[in-house]
Design a protein around this ligand. Structure first.
Ligand SMILES: *Cc1c(COP(=O)(O)O)cnc(C)c1O
Length: 420
């Protein structure tokens, strides 16, 4: 193993947070530059025609790589050093064999799903889903005769299997915790369902959108998932300054997804890849502080008279729905808080318009606290009946806690709640 892939020192295993500063990169490649330069190039020169031919054989899966052989650099829609180094770093958090980065979270989700579905196959998905994913399943996949079955809170694998029947199952998509309600779904149960349909010709991947808790507080591959999906725009990017996505899993599944990405052209740019490497260096610091802040803020909000209901994983008690799933598959409560205030849209808007430190904006996982109104913003396009069923009401406000001083966040929320 060469230096850039060192993961232990004299038998001591290094943690991902320590490896984020250098893993996968060698300064000797770039005049000793400590940080990887941005490889702003569309194409890469081959040292010989035979080499070019061999790279393409591997890129298009026309031949399997020899032991230890890896595909060389070809063209930035297929591969680029910034993306490759970043992809290797991302695998460390989730214990994945291979990672792929994309132009957005939606690019990661749609490219991965398109890899596994076909007309008249069924995609099982948990509900509620992020608004964009919901739209893709119900308004885009449906046009290509890909069918969907909803897995909502309280359904067992038997219940879901009864709805799938004997149709071919293309995959199971879990969003847990769900955006915007923090509802949890069991990865082990999804695995049990997928295994009933799995055959040598049909992988039936369990895909988990891990945007809310990952990569720090939930590691789906360890609990039976096959693919982890991210909107890297959120915690991984973490500074509200980029749009990106990621998919992680086994070499075999990721090779199939990589082929789709090459053809759809949904990869991230080298500059975005470089920014994400910068972001990963402080990921553990940021997410830990955000989680600590969220615990303080949630404790404050839980007893506030204007707050009718609160959903924060850190407040789950043994008798609550979701507690067992939380203890089985989550390693921390993260920093996403949903509150249902006393009132409707006008009270919610008065609260939002009174914030002075927190920003009134969609997105989440950033250094600054972000607050939004899902029913009229991120989930505006969701079917009204579905909004009711999943409690995405006009009283719901979603808060993504940042790294500010927690007392300042509380003062801001408190002042705005007084204005309702
Ligand atoms: C934001 C988000 C997405 C979409 O990601 P983009 O980077 O905006 O394309 C998907 N899933 C969840 C849970 C999200 O929060």
């Amino acid at each position: 193993m060469s230096d850039q892939y060192r993961t232990e020192i004299a038998g001591h295993e290094l943690s991902p947070e320590s490896l984020m500063m250098g893993y996968g990169y060698k300064p000797e490649w770039s005049e000793g530059a400590l940080k990887s330069p941005i490889f702003e190039t569309s194409t890469f020169t081959f040292t010989s025609a035979a080499e070019g031919k061999r790279f393409f054989e591997l890129a298009y899966g026309l031949d399997d790589p020899d032991e230890g052989e890896s595909m060389g650099l070809i063209y930035s829609r297929i591969n680029n050093p910034d993306l490759e180094i970043l992809e290797q770093r991302l695998t460390l958090w989730d214990g994945a064999e291979q990672g792929l980065v994309f132009a957005s979270g939606m690019a990661a989700i749609t490219t991965t799903i398109l890899t596994f579905v076909s007309p008249r196959s069924v995609l099982v998905h948990t509900a509620p889903l992020y608004g964009g994913t919901d739209h893709f399943v119900h308004h885009v996949l449906s046009r290509f005769q890909v069918e969907s079955v909803e897995w909502h809170d309280g359904m067992t694998p038997d219940d879901v299997a009864a709805e799938v029947g004997d149709r071919p199952l293309a995959g199971v998509l879990l969003e847990s915790p769900a955006n915007p309600t923090n509802c949890l779904f069991s990865i082990a149960a999804a695995r049990e369902l997928a295994d009933r349909y799995r055959t040598p010709d049909n992988a039936v991947p369990v895909m988990v959108d891990n945007t809310f808790l990952g990569p720090l507080f939930q590691h789906p591959l360890k609990h039976g998932a096959d693919v982890v999906l991210y909107s890297a725009t959120k915690y991984i990017g973490g500074h509200s300054d980029l749009i990106a996505g990621a998919a992680l899993g086994s070499d075999t599944l990721m090779a199939r997804v990589a082929e789709t990405r090459t053809i759809l052209g949904t990869m991230a740019t080298p500059h975005t890849g470089w920014l994400m490497m910068r972001s990963l260096e402080t990921l553990a610091l940021r997410m830990t502080r955000q989680m600590e802040n969220a615990q303080k803020v949630a404790r404050y909000l839980a007893t506030h008279p204007k707050v009718d209901k609160i959903a924060y994983l850190g407040l789950l008690k043994p008798r609550d729905d979701g507690y067992d799933v939380y203890t089985a598959q989550c390693e921390g409560p993260g920093a996403m808080i949903s509150i249902w205030i006393d009132g409707g849209e006008s009270e919610a808007f008065r609260f939002l318009d009174s914030l002075q430190l927190a920003h009134l904006a969609v997105s989440l996982g950033s250094t600054e606290t972000l607050v939004q109104h899902p029913a009229s913003m991120t989930h505006a396009g969701v079917d009204p009946g579905d909004k009711d069923r999943f409690d995405v009401t006009d009283a719901l406000i979603r808060i993504s806690i940042g790294v500010e001083n927690p007392d300042d966040i509380i003062a801001d929320l408190s002042n705005a709640l007084d204005k309702i």
